[in-house]
Ligand binder design. Sequence first.
Ligand code: AMP
Length: 214
Amino acid sequence: MRIVLLGAPGSGKGTHAQKLVAGHGIPQVSTGDLLRAELKSESALGLRAKTDMDAGRLVSDGLVLQIIERRLEKDDARNGFILDGFPRNRTQAEDLARLLAEIEKPLDAVLLLDIDMEILSKRLTGRRTCSVTGKVLNIHFSPQQDLDACIAAGGELLYRDDDNEETIVNRLDVYEEQTRPLIEFYRSAGLLRVVDAMGTVEEVAQRMQEALNS
Ligand code: AMP
């Protein structure tokens, strides 16, 4: 199964991609994670991406295509993949279509995680990772006992470098201007399935599964 998860930053793409990985045995391919890994290893590609990532802007299409091509060639992606955070603009969507046409493996579906902008903003500004357990939490939504458990374990609640308010505003603007038009692009291609992304993780996961079965 070859799926694209489409949705604004904070709509839950990462969380739900991981759920689909567990249920379908195909890898999650997140360009954000791949870029962060490049940054961490201080590769030339990572260093070229850093300024744009820190500012919440899109990294150049050529660079992203390069990491996607490299990733989709790996063995574990042979039976399918869940694309998370790619494509993010029209050029990338066309690049992806071309790439998949070449290997005669077109997309099966594009799931749009549809969510209210106000909730989105709280999800992004409140997102923290526990420095000890690595668990992703939210100061607005996580149960207080989960937040306390991190502190009790000697951890700190850290936020991602690009989860500061200025960068968040930029990332949401970029989504509106460049990524949202892909909804129509994929609707016209007959691939779009809209999923209501509000509710618990389990509820949304169930709706996604139904959308994939439909
Ligand atoms: P994410 O973790 O998906 O929110 O991505 C974090 C950052 O990585 C984004 O704000 C961009 O700077 C960069 N990035 C991730 N995916 C892409 C992409 N498909 N095209 C361009 N930049 C990307």
